[in-house]
Design a protein around this ligand. Sequence first.
Ligand code: CTP
Length: 437
Amino acid sequence: MLSRGVSFGKGAGTRTITIFARLQQNDRVPKANIILGIGGSIAAAKTPRLVRLLRKEGAVVQPVLTRSGKEFVTATTLSALSGRPVRDELWDMEAEHAMNHIELARWADLLVVAPASANVLGSLANGLANDLLSCIYLATAAPVLVAPAMNQGMWNHPATQRNVATLRADGVQIVGPATGEQACGDFGPGRMLEPEDLAEAALQFMADNRRRLDGLRILVTAGPTREALDPVRYISNASSGRQGFAVAQAACEAGAHVTLVSGPVELETPSGVERVDVVSASDMSSVVMERVAECDMVFAVAAVADHRPERRFESKIKRQRSSIQRVQLVENEDIIGNVGSLRPRPFLVGFAAETEDILANAREKRLRKNLDAIVVNDVSDQGLGFDSAENEVTLIHSDGEELFERASKLEIARKIVNRVSDIYHSAAASRLESLVS
Ligand code: CTP
């Protein structure tokens, strides 16, 4: 099904209107490349059915068996059903020659690990690279869906629960386990989901993560800014930059060309993202204003300092000879506010961290800054938002407000990017209709 996208705020004739194919909400994911990693659990016996179901939906399935997985399902069965040679060794020179583990990792649109034994969970959560599956997991940029399966005691153990929490925080989607009778005779949580439910979850997960921003140029601001007082002192804030980096990663996964304009942070650049480092609000403003004409969308996640010292001392201010009694502040440019008043302007998503009247403040900010949407979080709640691994946010746009419940910043970022791309595409489609009618 075809849908159309246009760049926002570009008047007819001023910019080429791009029309591109987009999967609709209910479309399946045709020709998706899925790696199915199979760990050592009795539930591995159900994976031939999972392979058949995924192939029926049009996916290409590459089974990857762990050493223990081989005890429960044969490579011959999986090869016959997938139509591909099963991969089970990291050091299989012949197989590596055809497509090595890095190429496999790049080839995948989705990595499904089912069943994920306690050992596999531990290995993935701790970044071990001691077999083919764990190497693919580390190397792939594809979304990862994990279906645990093990004895209820093993599942309930704090070590397993820690590993699951780590994987979730790393953006992995965990499905199941179900509760019920177990092969060992116990009753409790630890059963792998049925192949039908897993296939459904995999397809839904892919639909949610599909590359819906293909061809779009997106600018993301992130992190704090530093406003210098002298060569060693500055005014700043506690932003870690993690939510902005996660948004950049999610937009990149969704197919966009992403430029990340970052204040000073201690974070790795997400793969595929172009990064420009800045220090002060006025540096950030210059880079954004230079590049904004080329952008289809801006996510302003940065916690930009609203003020800077009026004067920056050339040498370090000495305690004894201090000439300053008080610091005079001047206002910084409102970067997103300035972008919001451009004509034409890109599609704009602001972020607000609030401590009181959360929603009312954010609604007012969205209108004042002329934003298409704003993402707001309550930073009065310790352990959420600023300088933490998790977040809970509300997305406010012209048609409604949606709460994204507490999750890792990457999971939140993927949800934001998904919803924002829905809003972008439907607004773009109506804009196109009004241009052609
Ligand atoms: N922002 C910006 N430039 C600034 C300040 C903020 O681009 N000088 C952007 C942020 O990146 C964010 C949004 O504006 O997307 C809201 O930031 P916030 O600090 O909440 O806005 P303020 O206008 O500074 O509001 P407040 O009075 O609450 O500080």
